[in-house]
Design a protein around this ligand. Structure first.
Ligand code: SG7
Ligand code: ZN
Length: 261
């Protein structure tokens, strides 16, 4: 499995802009969300459909950058409300994590990072597919969920952990059964909202970001499974897949909204 970019490039994720011009632009993600600077705005509640159905067509894969679950099931899970324009189809979800509990998330909250962040990627039904949607403003909607580490296993997260032994090498997708709704924080109508980009090349500025302030708990055993069981290959070297997060980007006068019901 080859890729044109890596978290291991000598200049780190900053080097991405030398090959992808968009990664240098002004509405990039992730950012540090400063609660006191966010504008209060009451968005309508989210509406999620088919998020909890057992994902019959779903496949999990180590893509060399993250562990990713593709939701090929029908009916497809969809997202609407929450201030989004129209209906968005969920395509996949994936994770970003660190090598210790002190870092790993992409977004920050008031200067603090979390050990892990999950992204659920959706594209607008206005467009025929995700590749076209990612070239359009608001073409994508990503839900970002922070994780924090405790002593208790998160039973909903076991669907991912159970599959890790078969995901050691990049490639080789396998079936997976997760309940997406139960992986979300309990109150998913409290969130931050801003316009940004994909956090990996091509860094397209097409994403409506929803960031939940309330972290979901997983155990330190579970996050350590993620930190030790997956391999990535860069420049011929095989290393464990950790620290797959992009550095913070400038806010550049963008408005950050806070929707607290
Ligand atoms: C991960 O993050 C992958 C990518 C994803 C990218 O590396 O999950 O997904 C695929 C299919 O390669 O890119 C277009 C897309 O979803 C960036 O997504 S993110 O901004 O949510 N981190
Ligand atoms: Zn992501």
């Amino acid at each position: 499995l080859t890729s044109s970019w890596s978290y291991l490039e000598p200049g780190g994720t900053i080097d991405w802009s030398s090959k992808n011009n968009t990664c240098d632009e002004t509405f990039q993600s992730p950012i540090d969300i400063i609660t006191s600077e966010a504008i209060d705005k009451r968005f309508p509640p989210f509406h999620m459909e088919h998020y909890s159905t057992t994902a019959d067509g779903a496949r999990i894969v180590n893509n060399g950058h993250t562990v990713e679950v593709h939701l090929n099931q029908s009916p497809a899970p969809t997202l609407s409300g929450g201030g989004l324009d129209g209906i968005y189809t969920a395509v996949q979800f994936h994770f970003h994590w660190g090598s210790s509990d002190n870092y790993g998330s992409e977004h920050f909250l008031d200067g603090n990072s979390f050990p892990m962040e999950m992204h659920i990627v959706h594209y607008s039904q206005k467009y025929p597919n995700i590749s076209e949607a990612l070239t359009k403003k608001n073409g994508l909607a990503v839900l970002a969920i922070f994780f924090e580490v405790t002593n208790c296993n998160n039973t909903e997260f076991q669907c991912i952990i159970k599959k890790l032994p078969s995901l050691r090498n990049p490639g080789f997708p396998t079936r997976v059964y997760c309940n997406l709704l139960k992986l979300l924080p309990k109150n998913f109508d409290d969130f931050f909202r801003y316009s940004g980009s994909l956090t990996t090349p091509p860094c397209s500025e097409s994403v409506v970001w929803t960031v939940y302030p309330k972290a979901v708990k997983i155990s330190s055993w579970q996050i350590n499974q993620l930190r030790t069981q997956l391999i990535r290959i860069y420049d011929g070297d095989r290393t464990v897949l950790v620290n797959n997060f992009r550095g913070l980007q400038s806010r550049n006068n963008r408005r950050i909204y806070k929707s607290i019901i």
